[in-house]
Design a protein. Structure first.
Lengths: 425, 161
């Protein structure tokens, strides 16, 4: 029986010729990742179990990105624990303030994820690297501890949903709209325990930043991973970043899928997810004019250079509406520098937006944009659960960088294609 | 024992809000468990209570703090039709029992007394005199749970230094 792309990667890493959906395998890991919230718990478990050595100091990445630069003393203590561990074990890829970025933008940028690799991260959005044709998935702190000690992880081999992309995206529509549309179609548990395998002639038109955004939110459909085929754009991206050998896997032509979903990219509208589930999607026209208080442009979903270019293009020469707090967070130091060189930071500052150092901050209601009771944000982040960005009675509308930028200027939920808006009472 | 009942898609942000993740010790996590969905939970929960919920329990963030908060609250197990996959593996990895059973999750009421057997997957509703069978764990996973978690089982196998 044919195997999916994910199944072939897992089989090879487990030293098997063939695997099938539902089978439990133990696979070798190419990278084990953690952040400042999950790594300290992993370290505690690692030490409690009596481990004293990591399996490979070059295959562990620790990125202090969630509550950093540290928001309070407790966060600082957690970062210190991670910092000390990294020093003790001489962890090669340890990223602290000044080098760190939002982990899922940073890891590909540093060439730490490549086609065909098996990656676990103690962060649910580790599925991002599926954009590069890797098998990567989010796990918890104990898995991270086990991975750091043994270089192994157990997996239930997933079945898959085949997502066939056709056509090309229209103006002001991007990867975010694709993944929100998909989640709206299949639901927040639509791909539970499954892979999302993207394919079809529409893939080639998607930029790497679009693909990172799409794979990033596979978890919001419940998926184990969201994986793209490896093509010229993938190779162009890793060229100069990845020097080790890697292998591009392709699904067998007779691979079996649980379900097929076809998306014609040319038909997609700017799409948003209304509170309080990512699957609660609406075309922008249905919710235009809704009053808002805050706009966040950033995160592991949409803090990359293409996202900033899209936002800056809409905000150039304009002002953030008087009732809006607009926070722009380039996801890494490299992206920040590039945005400065291209004049994007200047556009944001002149528009009256705040530009932050890299951090996950507001996405999880940590810091740098926590909301008060009754407030509402348009945000390019990935979750709009109850209380996610602050007060339990605040609301998040998930959107693309284009919708977020247009909304910041308009002062209400706005369509980037028209950028005219009247706040509805 | 008491039953706490919740709906579909209970996410890890409501199980343990991110604002409390800067203090990951079990007692602190337990004191804020379920705070944003059920503010009375932490003050009323007792050893041996059971959470019964809708599908996709534990969706969202990978924070192991979520099953840890529930476990540290004294909850004996969670029964739901399905679990989000990271929560599922986190619960197994820390040795916290979860049981997948749609029929039981739907029918169990707040006043019901339950007995559960993780080895066999049996759930008995003593009040309504009805038995259910949850999906059994594969042997590999059963071993992890019975060893008290993933790291203990790896140690026993002589893996890692």
């Amino acid at each position: 029986m044919g195997m999916t792309m994910t199944q072939k990667i897992l089989a090879k890493a487990a030293g098997l010729d063939q695997v099938e959906a539902g089978q439990l395998v133990e696979s070798k890991l190419d990278l084990v990742l953690g952040n400042d919230i999950t790594t300290p718990v992993a370290i505690t478990e690692f030490e409690k179990a009596g481990f004293t050595q990591v399996f490979d100091r070059d295959r562990i990445a620790i990125v202090l990105d969630h509550y950093t630069p540290c928001k309070d003393i407790k966060s600082a203590q957690l970062c210190m624990q991670a910092r000390n561990f990294a020093q003790t074990h001489q962890i090669t890829h340890f990223y602290d303030v000044g080098q760190m970025g939002v982990e899922h933008a940073l890891i590909p940028e540093k060439g730490l994820a490549a086609p065909g690799e098996v990656i676990i991260g103690a962060d649910s959005h580790t599925c991002t690297y599926g954009a590069l044709g890797a098998f990567s998935t989010g796990v918890g702190s104990t898995d991270m501890a086990a991975g750091m000690a043994t270089g192994l992880a157990w997996f239930k081999v997933p079945s898959a949903i085949k997502v066939v992309l056709t056509g090309t995206l229209r103006s002001h529509v991007s990867g975010k709209d694709v993944i929100l549309h998909l989640i709206g179609t299949i639901g927040v548990d639509g791909a539970l325990y499954q892979s999302l395998e993207f394919t079809g002639e529409g893939v080639s038109s998607l930029t790497m930043d679009d693909r990172f955004t799409i794979s990033n939110m596979a978890i919001e459909a419940g998926a184990k991973n969201g994986i793209f085929p490896v093509d010229e754009r993938t190779m162009e991206y890793i060229n100069g970043r990845v020097s080790r050998s890697c292998e591009a896997f392709e699904a067998d032509t007779d691979a079996v899928y649980d379900r097929e979903v076809v998306i014609d990219l040319a038909t997609l509208e700017p799409t948003v997810s209304m509170p309080h589930l990512p699957s609660n999607t609406k075309a922008i026209g249905e919710v235009e004019g809704l009053p808002i208080d805050q706009v966040v442009i950033g995160s592991c979903t949409n803090g990359r250079i293409q996202d900033l270019r899209i936002a800056a293009d809409l905000m150039k020469g304009k002002k953030v509406a008087g009732n809006i707090r607009c926070i722009v967070i380039p996801a890494t130091q490299e992206i920040t520098l590039q945005a400065m060189k291209e004049g994007l930071v200047e556009i944001f500052l002149e528009a009256g937006a705040a530009v932050s150092t890299p951090t996950c901050g507001p996405c999880l209601g940590g810091h740098m944009g926590v909301m008060a009771e009754g407030e509402r944000a348009v945000s390019t982040t990935n979750r709009n659960f109850v209380g996610r960005m602050g007060h339990v009675d605040s609301e998040i509308i998930l959107a693309s960088p284009a919708v977020a930028a247009a909304s910041a200027i308009a002062g209400c939920v706005a369509d980037p294609r028209s950028l005219s808006c009247h706040i509805k009472e | 024992m008491k039953v706490y009942k919740y709906g579909a898609n209970v996410d890890t942000d409501v199980i343990i809000p991110a604002r409390y993740l800067n203090a990951p010790d079990p007692a602190s996590l337990a004191s804020h468990c379920m705070e944003d969905i059920d503010p009375d939970f932490a003050s009323t929960v007792e050893e041996g209570d059971i959470i019964v919920a809708g599908p996709n329990f534990g969706c969202g963030s990978s924070r192991e703090h979520a099953p840890l908060a529930i476990q540290s609250s004294g909850v004996k197990c969670v029964i739901a039709p399905s679990f989000a996959r990271i929560f599922y593996r986190n619960a197994i990895n820390i040795g916290f029992p979860i049981m997948e059973c749609a029929e039981a999750a739907e029918e169990i009421g707040l006043e019901d007394k339950l007995t559960v057997d993780f080895k066999t997957g049996a759930i008995v509703n003593e009040t309504r005199r009805k038995s259910y069978q949850s999906a059994p764990f594969p042997e590999f996973i059963n071993e992890i749970v019975q060893e008290g978690g993933l790291l203990n089982s790896l140690k026993k196998r002589g893996l890692g230094k």
